[in-house]
Design a protein around this ligand. Structure first.
Ligand code: HEM
Length: 529
């Protein structure tokens, strides 16, 4: 995810600043001089107080990649008072996330992360410990089980076809351009909302959530805050001043997020109350014949070691994780793939040829066809390589001192893994900036965290637990759009040459195209409605 930083106002308190500068210089010189028991990897000295923050610019993954060329694939920087090590090669990353994963599996939690995660009661931002382990276990064993993924296959298909239908209708026979990124974001959001809330909503408020712009707006503002660099995180005394006004925004957005999560939860509680009355308390019986959604599962089954249900706060934290980690990541990846197909017509032609020979034009592609579409799968992997949804993995934090490549790194150091830079490194990939899916044909390189030169989902204990869903939604959405739509750019418009890897809808880029049906509309209209 891209992080931006900007100083809202001049920093006051010159005297404190001077003292801090002196202290920072002394500490840095002490650590680097080898008089400490630690020996940090090389890196730029940075500025007084702010350290290397001003060096990061608007695209930190690019700035860090440039710095790594000078200082090496294991580099250390300070961001204000925060010690950071940056990994920019597969070998160094493997030392952190494979050899020493246990030490590096906690989180550096920013103020935005804390405020927007119910104070670390979630999975993404919680520190390594029993709470995180338990929430993650629930996520994998109860919420995103193979059965639930299979149960929601029809709803995924329906939401994707709704998106196709929407694009075709809006384009009006190719006369109007449509913003595909907006349509794809809505598809991805609806897929996740359907898994959380199923089809039925009992309360008016919950019904409004589905398809509501407010929901999308909340997702966007949350991402913006999570991606931004809040000065108070790095220069603690600025936290009280909040010179960028970001903390105020965080609390306002957190209030909206909480209202959404509470509505989703209350709607389910209402359902259980009704069922309990109707069926003498047998909520399992009430669910028979009805697909159990994720919030049903959260409310009824998981218990901790003492036999307690999750608290309301913990449930809301998990719900918000699913909403924010599981929507724009998926749609941003499909958007990036379609953008590349529009820029590279020869790749699109090969994908169409594969689709026609494997599936034909008389029926719709199904999720079960995906294993038989190697070229489409190679396009997906090539997209994950060039455009990982998180350019830098969510920052990890060490819980103990650790030796990496001969350097001695103290506990409580933050780790940035610059996957964007690794996956575009000419020493790792030939012609790294070309979109060339063929590089993945006939090899087993994959995104499951074992190949350290392809880590869009991370690796080790913190690897993305939503990978199973993402690896259905991304290729299937792409396959349906390839099969059912003729996509063209208006006039002589070209898609942006390069654009930020990360969750692109948060950045205001639009993918505009003219869309006409490629197959008979009868094939998908019924499912889309
Ligand atoms: C294209 C889609 C996706 C990509 C590229 C992606 C990528 C990532 C990455 C890079 C991380 C951080 C890994 C690390 O810390 O090293 C992560 C964490 C996470 N992702 Fe995803 N993700 C995607 C989809 C999803 C979906 C669909 C969900 C849920 C429905 C999800 C839920 C999570 C959660 C809960 C975490 C935190 C894990 C932890 O800290 O233990 N993600 N994801």
């Amino acid at each position: 995810m891209e992080r931006r930083w900007s100083l809202g106002q001049p920093v006051p308190a010159a005297a404190v600043a001077l003292a801090m500068t002196f202290l920072a210089v002394v500490v840095t010189v002490f650590i680097r001089s080898g008089k400490s028991k630690f020996r940090m990897p090389p890196g730029p000295m940075g500025f007084p107080i702010l350290g290397c923050l001003p060096l990061l610019g608007a695209r930190p993954h690019e700035s860090l990649a440039k710095l790594a060329k000078k200082y090496g694939s294991l580099m250390s920087i300070t961001l204000g008072s925060v010690k950071v090590v940056v990994a920019t090669s597969p070998e160094v990353t493997a030392e952190f996330l494979k050899t020493n994963d246990k030490i590096w599996s906690s989180r550096y939690t920013t103020t935005a992360g804390k405020i927007l995660s119910y104070d670390g009661s979630d999975i993404v931002f919680s520190e390594m410990g029993p709470k995180w382990r338990y929430a993650r276990k629930i996520f994998m064993m109860e919420l995103f089980t193979p059965k639930r993924l299979a149960d929601f296959q029809p709803s995924r298909k329906q939401e994707i076809l709704r998106g196709v239908n929407d694009a075709i209708t809006r384009s009006d026979g190719g006369a109007e351009t449509v913003q595909l990124d907006v349509i794809l974001a809505k598809v991805a959001t609806n897929i996740v909302i359907r898994m959380l809330m199923n089809e039925r909503s009992l309360s008016e408020k919950a019904a409004q959530i589905k398809n509501s712009d407010m929901f999308r707006e909340t997702i966007k503002s949350t991402f913006k805050l999570l991606e931004g660099f809040y000065l108070g995180d790095y220069v603690p005394w600025l936290d009280r001043i909040d010179p960028q006004g970001m903390k105020k925004q965080m609390h306002a957005v957190a209030k909206n997020v909480d209202a959404l999560a509470q509505t989703i939860l209350d709607d389910h509680k209402m359902k259980f109350e009704i069922n309990r009355k109707d069926l003498q308390g047998n909520s399992n019986k009430a669910r028979s014949g009805e697909v159990e959604d994720i919030v049903d599962a959260l409310l009824t089954r998981p218990r901790d070691a003492d036999g307690q249900y999750l608290s309301e706060k913990e449930m809301k934290a998990i719900i918000t994780n699913i909403i924010f980690a599981g929507t724009d990541t998926n749609s941003g990846t499909v958007e990036a793939a379609l953008r590349e197909l529009l820029r590279n017509p020869h790749v699109m032609e090969k994908a169409l040829a594969e689709m026609d020979s494997v599936v034909g034009r008389e029926r719709l592609v199904e999720e079960s066809d995906l294993p038989n579409l190697p070229y489409v799968n190679a396009i997906v992997r090539e997209t994950f390589r060039l455009h990982p949804a998180g350019a830098i993995l969510v920052p990890h934090l060490s819980t103990d001192d650790c030796e990496i490549q001969g350097y001695k790194i103290p506990a409580k150091t933050t780790l940035f893994v610059n996957t964007w830079a690794i996956q575009r490194d000419p020493n790792v990939y030939e012609r790294p900036l070309d979109f060339y899916p063929e590089r993945f044909l006939g090899n087993k390189k994959d995104v499951h965290g074992q190949d350290f030169d392809l880590l869009p989902f991370g690796s080790g204990r913190r690897i993305c637990p939503g990978k199973g869903l993402a690896l259905l939604v991304v290729p299937y959405t792409l396959a349906i759009f390839i099969q059912t739509c003729n996509l063209r750019l208006p006039g002589d418009m070209k898609p942006a040459e390069d654009y930020s890897a990360e969750v692109s809808s948060a950045e205001g880029h639009h993918l505009e195209a003219l869309v006409t049906p490629r197959l008979s509309k009868d094939l998908f209209l019924n499912t889309a409605i």
